[in-house]
Write a protein that binds this ligand. Structure first.
Ligand SMILES: [Zn+2]
Length: 443
């Protein structure tokens, strides 16, 4: 008996080295950090770990980055992010993002063509936990005895998804939903009004030019897209909720459907006693929410973010983790690939120097984005023909008409090939020179 027990523990030790992916366990903070560094050591040339700051109790908010040049923004290569466990007791996203990290690393090492292309063409940032303090509170209770709200908030008792500056109110101030909705300035005193975790995230998303992201939650199964906050909560008497679309509504619906239809059952709609057609919903039409992270991304940065509700049970038992990973794996990868659907290009002066902060507007969609530090811009768009104008102070605006190709097929080798053809490669400026096409030159 003793021998066989020793053998079995030796075997388990051995297999833990041989089969690093076969772990479907909940990870406490130390274990999560170890898991991230293990991935980093297994894929050192395409990963980097960095911390965006610390939680109230001093835990690091770690991000694992995948890129062929970790730590460097390559012009015309879009930045993508996943954020998990913002509510400390909603733990599936945290485990899925650890699984995803191991999966990307393993498949890259195996030269999987799809994953290799994805990592070469995309800079992927993965933050498994935005609320590591809340997680520890929830984890102490364990999966079975977990109260519905235990561990949701950060260590100061604040709900981080109600803690971002309220830019919607600024936008709705004019009484019109079509008010300014891009790069709305922060209120002067914003830093004193947010928690350390929120502050770290705002500084993070201000310093990278993210294009697309998702924020992983639990307690329902649905892909939720902006706006989360309805326009006027004062007059809602009988109806608590009202559909509150962004100017990019069709695009957001498509992004949400990309996830729900690649997920094993989200798209079916009936989950956790609720029904959502196609497994998606406008945030405010479900329930209105102020100061959330997803609206903030859209109103303050170039990033388009959706919120993924991934499980009825906020703290699923370990036995359920493998099934959940299999249900979400394709969706998690397919959603990253969506960052390549649209137009991108360089905004540069006559000496070919990139112009940062140039405004890119698309006729008919009242939401502008801006070029990044190197002058490159990314504008997610559905297939179609668009009139696009770039403008920057001291330069003549430039307008071009461009066509975004039809939805990419599911084979990734083709997705990538088509993606490059879909991008608009150049919007070049000449200082004080007349634009090549002048239909909107007076703007
Ligand atoms: Zn949540």
């Amino acid at each position: 008996l003793t021998d066989s027990r020793a053998f079995s523990s030796a075997f388990r030790l051995l297999s833990s080295f041989l089969l690093p992916v076969a772990h479907f366990l909940h990870h406490r903070y130390e274990e999560m950090v170890q898991a991230l560094f293990r991935v980093q050591s297994q894929c050192p040339y395409v990963t980097r770990i960095y911390s965006i700051g610390r939680s109230v109790e001093g835990r690091h908010l770690y991000v694992l980055e995948f890129s062929d040049y970790p730590g460097i923004h390559e012009p015309l290569e879009p930045e993508f992010k996943y954020v998990g466990n913002m509510h400390g007791n909603e733990v599936l996203g945290r485990e899925l993002l650890l699984q995803l990290s191991e999966f990307l690393c393993e498949e890259y090492r195996r030269s999987n063509e799809r994953i290799t292309r994805l990592i070469h063409d995309t800079r992927i940032h993965i933050m498994p936990s935005m609320n590591p303090d809340g997680y520890e509170v929830a984890a102490k209770q364990g999966p079975d005895s977990n109260g519905y709200l235990t561990g949701r908030n950060n260590a100061n008792g604040v709900d981080l998804n109600r803690n971002f500056p309220d830019l919607n109110t600024f936008m709705y101030y004019s009484g019109e939903i079509s008010g300014p909705n891009h790069h709305i300035p922060l209120p002067d005193n914003w830093k004193s009004q947010v928690e350390p975790e929120t502050l770290a995230v705002i500084q993070w998303i201000s310093s990278y030019n993210f294009v697309l992201s998702a924020n992983l939650h639990g307690g329902a199964v649905v892909a939720n897209y902006p706006y989360d906050k309805s326009q006027d909560q004062r007059f809602r008497s009988h109806r608590r909720t009202v559909n509150t679309p962004t100017p990019d509504d069709k695009l957001f619906q498509k992004l949400a459907k990309t996830y729900s239809y690649a997920h094993s059952w989200m798209h079916r709609g009936w989950n956790c006693g609720d029904y959502f057609a196609d497994g998606i919903t406008n945030g405010a039409s479900w329930y209105s929410l102020s100061k959330g992270m997803q609206d903030f991304n859209y109103l303050y940065t170039n990033c388009f973010e959706i919120t993924l509700e991934l499980s009825c049970n906020k703290f699923p038992p370990e036995e359920d983790l493998e099934r959940q990973w299999m249900a979400n794996r394709e969706a998690l990868v397919a959603f990253i690939e969506e960052v390549h659907q649209g137009i991108k290009g360089m905004v540069s002066d006559e000496n070919n120097n990139g112009i940062a902060g140039a405004v890119i507007s698309v006729q008919g969609i009242s939401h502008d984005i801006t070029s990044g530090d190197m002058g490159d811009y990314f504008r997610l768009l559905l297939p179609g023909t668009y009139t696009v104008t770039a403008s920057a102070e001291g330069y003549q605006p430039q307008t071009v008409t461009t066509t975004v190709g039809p939805a990419a097929p599911s084979l990734v080798s083709q997705v990538e090939r088509n993606a490059h053809c879909q991008w608009l490669q150049a919007l070049c400026f000449g200082r004080h020179r007349a634009p090549h096409s002048s239909q909107r030159g007076t703007e």
